[in-house]
Design a protein around this ligand. Structure first.
Ligand code: ADP
Ligand code: ASP
Ligand code: MG
Length: 414
């Protein structure tokens, strides 16, 4: 059972979260808990590091930002014990959760489940700090923002759990962010693949890596709300006693939607190189230096050239990487072009659905729906189960709501 930041934002909420744990323990389940830091805490810690020194040692950054989870793990263990449930906290290194040493975005390399299993089999509830682990150099690492989801899935896989329940401030995965589109509908089930696309395209309800890991390890995920009544029990039509969304294999989903969800990612910057040579090695000369600078490039479009000599290349990077990317390209060796231009403040809107594999025309209808609202499309990319467009950020929410309605995803009135 994993509890996110808003679910552990203060002691009273930790108590509410603990009531869910108590219910599961009383139902006879063995439970391990993973917690995030109190909401806002990690941002505060990140801010302190920046204030201390703009360029700081990533290992010390991790030592600082991992601390939020230690507080909530301890508090959760105290609250559970007070409710009569034997409980103790585990920091990442105490489990241990091994990671590589990519500080700030480390990957879990292995979890030794012995300690957790031993506790659980003797009736205890171990409470594990999310978001953190230990490198083989014996330093504390963190897994990247939103990483507690990944901790939870990894712990679930390590102890061979029947399920990994992600408790958050919404009662499931919705067709789009319910904060943007009040007409968003909760999905009863969503496939790993769709969830993976939705997460990586902006639906931050689950960290992308956690979905990747759940898919690879076959961990069944349920997204549900901490704020639902812990004793609601056996809500009609629910498989797990509460409302929620099951993230599972596609085979487990009977009715496949053409479009299951609409996502929004803000702060996408666009960069265009004009008149680069149209010859082998040019794309490598553009994207090689960006990769070396660890800049993640997202959408890429290369025009065909009229004369077979020169072409234009346009791509996107996060707004936060824009200045760095421009500098890298201006100084890139072996790269000739006539001009470079770009701008921040784009938004990527995507429609996702496994049904797209077998249905023609989804992209076309998406473009039509956007043009009906007078929204200009700057870039397009597609995969088997998604179509994404880059538009001006100003129109982002309008676009999400328009597409949501267009694909019949709005919930019924009333
Ligand atoms: P936690 O702190 O529990 O990890 P997050 O803030 O990381 O919670 O994720 C939950 C939030 O994700 C919700 O409050 C909601 O606004 C947002 N969200 C974005 N897209 C979706 C979606 N498709 N379905 C549900 N929630 C979404
Ligand atoms: N506390 C960490 C963060 O805010 C991890 C998490 O909440 O998942 O990014
Ligand atoms: Mg989260």
């Amino acid at each position: 059972m994993k509890f996110g930041g808003t679910s552990v934002a203060n002691v009273e909420r930790i108590r509410q979260a603990a009531r869910h744990v108590k219910r599961e323990v009383e139902a006879g389940h063995e439970v391990a808990v993973v917690v995030s830091a109190m909401s806002g805490k990690t941002n505060e810690l990140v801010g302190w590091c920046a204030e201390a020194a703009p360029m700081h040692d990533a290992r010390e950054y991790d030592a600082v930002v991992a601390s939020g989870e230690q507080v909530t793990a301890g508090l959760m263990a105290i609250v559970l014990s007070e409710m009569g449930i034997q409980s103790r906290s585990y920091a990442g290194w105490q489990v241990p959760i091994h990671t590589d040493d990519a500080h700030g975005s480390a990957r879990i390399t292995g979890i030794d489940p012995a300690n957790l299993n031993e506790r659980m089999s003797s009736g205890w509830v171990p409470v594990v700090t999310g978001f953190q682990g230990i490198s083989d150099k014996n330093r504390i690492t963190t897994l990247g923002r939103g990483g507690s989801d990944t901790s939870a899935v990894a712990v679930a896989a390590a102890v061979k759990a029947d399920r990994c329940d992600i408790y958050t401030d919404v009662d499931g995965v919705y067709t789009t962010d319910p904060r943007i589109a009040p007409k968003a509908k909760r999905l009863d089930r969503v496939s790993f693949e769709e969830m993976l696309e939705m997460a990586s395209l902006g639906a931050k309800v689950l960290q992308t890596r956690s979905v990747e890991l759940a898919m690879a390890q076959g961990v069944r995920l349920v997204v549900r709300s901490t704020f639902d009544d812990p004793q609601a029990g056996n809500a009609p039509g629910s498989e797990w006693g509460m409302t929620g969304t099951l993230v599972c294999d596609e085979d487990e989903i009977m009715e496949k939607q053409i479009v299951s969800g609409v996502t929004l990612a803000r702060a996408e910057a666009k960069i265009t190189l004009r008149k680069v040579k149209d010859k082998p090695g040019v794309a490598a000369a553009v994207f090689g230096p960006l990769a070396d600078a660890r800049i993640v490039v997202d959408m890429i479009v290369q025009n065909i050239s009229d004369d077979g000599q020169i072409t234009d290349i346009t791509f996107t990077v996060p707004d936060s990487e824009f200045d760095k990317a421009m500098k890298v390209l201006r100084n890139a060796p072996d790269l000739e072009y006539e001009s470079i231009s770009g701008s921040k403040g784009g938004a990527k809107i995507s429609v996702v659905g496994v049904g797209m594999r077998s249905h023609a025309g989804v992209a076309a209808s998406m473009f039509r729906a956007l043009s009906d609202k007078g929204i200009n499309i700057q870039l397009i990319t597609t995969s088997e189960i998604k179509t994404s467009v880059l538009i001006d950020e100003e129109y982002a929410e309008l676009a999400v709501r328009a597409l949501h309605t267009y694909y019949g995803l709005d919930k019924a009135e009333g």
